[in-house]
Design a protein around this ligand. Sequence first.
Ligand code: AMP
Length: 284
Amino acid sequence: MKIYNQKTVISPDIQVLKSQQHTIGLVPTMGALHHGHLALVKKALHDNNYVVVSIFVNPTQFDNTNDLSKYPRTLNNDVELLKTLNENNRILVYAPSVDDIYEGDIISQDYKFGGIEFEMEGRFRKGHFDGVGTIVKRLFDILKPDKAYFGKKDFQQLQIVKALVRNYDMPVNIVGCEIHRESDGLAMSSRNARLTEEYRQAAPFIYKTLKTAKAKFGTESANKITEWVENQFAKHDLLKLEYFIIADIETLKPVKRKSNKKSYRAFIAVYADDIRLIDNIALN
Ligand code: AMP
């Protein structure tokens, strides 16, 4: 499996593959790979001739320097995991340095995503989606994928990337992939590795609460469910709720009155000590 650290080296190799009419799938990640990531890679291998897995902890999408410095970095292990999927040598790894991506200028571009960038993660992590837009556009420019794969675990990010390619006319198909969970329901996340045993035991409460919210959605108002969730977390000894929102999946705005023509999801962000966990669930 070939591992590239420089755009000037991977870019010509991709051009050669494309000139041979091969299709390229891209799975952008920040590494510390788990089975959620691997499911995206498997789907990409199924759909494309070659798959680039990018591994890059993107500084411009972090609003919290502590979160950035403590983000797990496990490149050797990531490479070993990817090798298990690399049967016909169709995976390329692009693990650039910050300098290879930003060339000494670690700043984001300003992006407009039609308003969805101001909701939820955009409200609580200032500048986050400008950072996401900046890195995704840069990866698309360097790697020229036909398709790119994003998890619904970061549902708002998936909607942002769809808006990015639509608004800025980028010739890439965006494919959304289902959320992968541990057997106790906790959504897989690289940040889970930082949970102490006590917090790890407590964390499945997040998905359990989402499932109950979903069960209530048929008969109760969004306001009432939100109040119920807030109460559940107020009583919890370890987990601190940052937000719980039931939103229209297109606008990502909190729902006021339900319509059976629209699709809704419940979104949640929770602190387990200083580790921020997010999750979401389809409601209808
Ligand atoms: P990350 O490395 O956390 O930036 O994630 C890279 C990609 O993997 C993103 O598109 C995530 O949405 C996706 N992803 C992360 N965790 C999961 C999961 N548990 N299930 C599905 N996709 C995931």
